[in-house]
Design a protein around this ligand. Structure first.
Ligand SMILES: Nc1ncnc2c1ncn2[C@@H]1O[C@H](COP(=O)(O)OP(=O)(O)OP(=O)(O)O)[C@@H](O)[C@H]1O
Ligand SMILES: [Mg+2]
Length: 253
């Protein structure tokens, strides 16, 4: 699924005051592309994903999915939220199969498949409160993937995971992306992750969020985290966050 974001502005109204959150966002995401988005906390990344998903209203401008304006959420677009949002009254396997419209047997089969994918087969019958934060996040990823959406929006999906599980799941997401041909848009605060996963990295400025630069990552660069090229791209992105010399020294970059 392709996504086109044109002249998009977003303002929230709090106590009658307009708070600008996103400013003049323009972005074309190709069918099957993997886009990653980095930006400071509060710059509007989650809001942007929710608008693409049809879960948040647009103030000005438009968002098209496959050429059609987004009006409401649809099953062809999956979303993994920053907070996992599992339904506490459903067992893990029912949470994963929640969005599926098929027979019970098929739903259970697909849920089991996806729980295996994220390493949670042993917890299919657990309740969400019995999971650790990282496990709940993995269950949410399984749920996002279960409907096999043409567009998957991932909002800091690995935030609560330890470094090793994180790398494992990053690889898993890449594998799924290759196998499914789905379009992926992933928000992260981890610049390594953005370079590792993204074909293009969208760098956003602080609120009101604007796109500072869209950086294409040449094939092969993301795969080798230890390479000089990787470090160069990382440095280029970091410069947006620590623009002045003093803060670069402070953070030792
Ligand atoms: N429903 C809402 N009503 C009012 N303001 C909101 C609402 N949702 C978000 N905001 C504001 O919009 C801005 C952007 O929020 P958003 O959650 O999109 O940021 P973010 O880039 O995802 O940040 P983080 O990296 O911390 O997750 C923030 O200033 C936030 O306070
Ligand atoms: Mg967010």
């Amino acid at each position: 699924m392709s996504v086109a974001i044109r002249n998009l502005n977003k303002r929230f109204f709090v106590d009658g005051n307009a708070i600008p959150v996103l400013n003049n966002i323009n972005l074309e995401v190709r069918q099957g592309e993997f886009i990653t988005i980095v930006g400071q906390s509060g710059c509007g990344k989650s809001t942007l994903l929710k608008m693409i998903a049809g879960l948040e209203s647009i103030t000005e401008g438009e968002i098209l999915r496959n050429g059609k304006p987004v009006t409401a959420p649809g099953t062809d677009c999956g979303m993994v939220f920053q907070d996992h949002r599992l339904l506490p009254w459903l067992r893990v396997k029912r949470n994963v199969g929640f969005g599926l419209r098929c027979s019970k047997a098929e739903r259970e089969h697909i849920a089991a498949q996806h729980l295996q994918l994220v390493g949670l087969s042993d917890f299919a019958n657990a309740w969400p409160h019995q999971l650790s934060g990282g496990m709940a996040q993995r269950a949410a990823i399984a749920r996002g993937l279960a409907t096999n959406p043409a567009l998957l929006l991932l909002d800091e999906p690995f935030g609560a995971l330890d470094a090793l599980t994180r790398i494992q799941l990053q690889r898993e997401v890449l594998r799924i992306w290759h196998a499914s041909g789905a379009t992926m848009v992933l928000v992260t605060h981890d610049i390594d992750e953005a370079i590792f996963l993204g074909e293009r990295v969208v760098v956003m400025s602080a609120r009101p969020g604007e796109i500072s630069e869209v950086i294409p990552i040449p094939p092969g660069v993301g795969a080798d985290r230890g390479s000089l090229d990787f470090a160069r791209y990382k440095d280029r992105i970091l410069k947006y966050f620590f623009a002045d010399e003093k803060s670069r020294e402070e953070y030792n970059i």
